[in-house]
Design a protein around this ligand. Structure first.
Ligand SMILES: Cc1ncc(COP(=O)(O)O)c(C=O)c1O
Length: 418
């Protein structure tokens, strides 16, 4: 009887093997997956195709038990929230600095987003999360912005104490780590984006990772309402909560093939970014008057940028102008005159509780027993103060050492100038 690699992997999972041994066997089996003939749809293929291979390698690299490829980071967030049982009546805490999709995913899942401050790490401030907890809080969504790890120790502790779910938004930090573990593997689910701007980019795409079989099954259910993901597609449900009406968030084989090729370059890319950020940081640390951003676990930082804080917003703008004159790829994050959906003040969809139909769900949902948050543009002043004083320098993986010296020298000159 022929046994496919998938079946072999399932058998391996049944043994109570040490994680390292299980990973190694998975790796060997994944490497031996047969090359499939070109096939555009991930299901019904003659052999497991590119999306399956991507999921296998992603699970292996991240250390998560399950990985489910989807068609965007937003889809990943929505599917993960639904899979974790978040819905009507629930509040979900999101940071004031993140792409709007984090908060909108909560609304699409029919929960109420509660906006909390970020701290100097530009990720969720655990103290403010504590202040925002209510009896309706069901989940926290840490976002690892610009490759920077959130304070997972503190956030996991809050979640444990209060029995909350954690859904990590790792859209901007694929391959980032915290205390040696991949970001996205701390919470109940981790959500990645492979859109055009991301570290692993396939044009569009995303991934949900989890260690929880039930979350995985429910995420599959939501991501493919046609249930092609089920080996016995039309069978009755095998556990309560397995089958319900979902969406179509399936990843195509074309996107899977591109994401897979990109994923295989991830380690080298991150190594170069990390090396360059470290060298640049070392050169700037000795400069007087430079306030470098503190990073939760610098070794895990995906090193996409180096951030400095100026004493005032005006000084930050001057520094950015000086850096531009020096030819350094610098920018600010928040400027009152520039609309940007990464900053909560511009999320009118949320602040004004806009909904596609006039009934106003989820804000008017009778299952919601709490007091609706009072959304307004000044509600997170610390976040606005920090973001307005930020000088953001993009790190290039292609810089050689002499270019880093050059950039450091230009930053030193730009900081003195003005
Ligand atoms: C922090 C964050 N979350 C979620 C998303 C949504 O990802 P996608 O564009 O793949 O839907 C993005 C994309 O910009 C993001 O930056």
């Amino acid at each position: 009887m022929h046994m496919g690699n998938e079946e072999l992997m399932e058998i391996v999972d049944l043994w109570n093997l040490k994680p390292k041994i299980r990973e190694k066997i998975h790796q060997l089996l994944a490497e031996n997956l047969p090359e499939s003939p070109p096939h555009l749809f991930r299901y019904y293929g003659p052999e497991p195709g590119k999306v399956v291979q991507l999921e296998r390698e992603f699970a292996l690299k991240s250390g998560a038990r399950y990985a489910l490829a989807v068609n965007s980071g937003t889809s990943a967030l929505i599917a993960a929230l639904v899979a974790c049982g978040i819905g009507p009546g629930d509040e979900v805490i999101v940071p004031a600095y993140t792409f709007f999709a984090t908060a909108s995913a909560a609304v699409v899942a029919r929960a109420i987003p509660v906006i909390a401050e970020v701290d100097e790490t530009l990720t969720l401030d655990p103290e403010d999360v504590r202040r925002k907890l209510t009896s309706q809080t069901k989940a926290i969504m840490p976002v690892h912005m610009r490759g920077l790890p959130a304070d997972m120790d503190a956030l996991m502790e809050i979640a444990r104490e209060s029995g909350l779910k954690i859904i990590e938004d790792v859209a901007q930090a694929c391959g980032g780590r915290y205390r040696g573990r991949w970001l996205g593997t701390f919470g109940d689910a981790g959500c990645f984006s492979f859109d055009f701007y991301k570290i692993v980019a396939s044009g569009e795409g995303g991934m949900v990772v989890t260690d929880d079989e039930e979350v995985y099954i429910r995420a599959q259910s939501y991501h493919d309402t046609a249930a092609c993901w089920r080996p016995d597609r039309y069978a009755r449900e095998k556990m309560p909560g397995e089958l319900f009406c979902g969406e179509n968030y399936r990843m195509s084989e074309v996107h899977g093939a591109i994401a897979l090729a990109q994923l295989r370059k991830l380690d080298g890319y991150l190594e170069r970014c990390r090396k360059n950020k470290k060298l640049l940081t070392e050169r700037l640390e000795s400069l007087r008057g430079v306030q470098l951003q503190p990073v939760n676990d610098p070794d895990g930082d995906a090193a996409q940028c180096l951030i400095l804080f100026a004493p005032t917003a005006e000084r930050a703008r001057e520094m950015i102008d000086n850096l531009h004159l020096e030819g350094v790829p610098a920018g600010g994050i928040y400027d009152k005159t520039v609309r940007d959906w990464h900053i909560y003040t511009y999320w009118e969809h949320i602040l004004e509780r806009k909904t596609p139909t006039p009934e106003g769900c989820p804000y008017t949902c009778p299952h919601y027993q709490g007091r609706l948050p009072e959304y307004h543009p000044e509600m997170c002043p610390r976040t606005l103060d920090l973001l307005s004083r930020t000088v953001h320098i993009a790190i290039s993986p292609d810089w050689e050492e002499d270019r880093i010296e050059d950039v450091a020298g230009k930053i030193a000159r730009a900081l003195k100038g003005g």
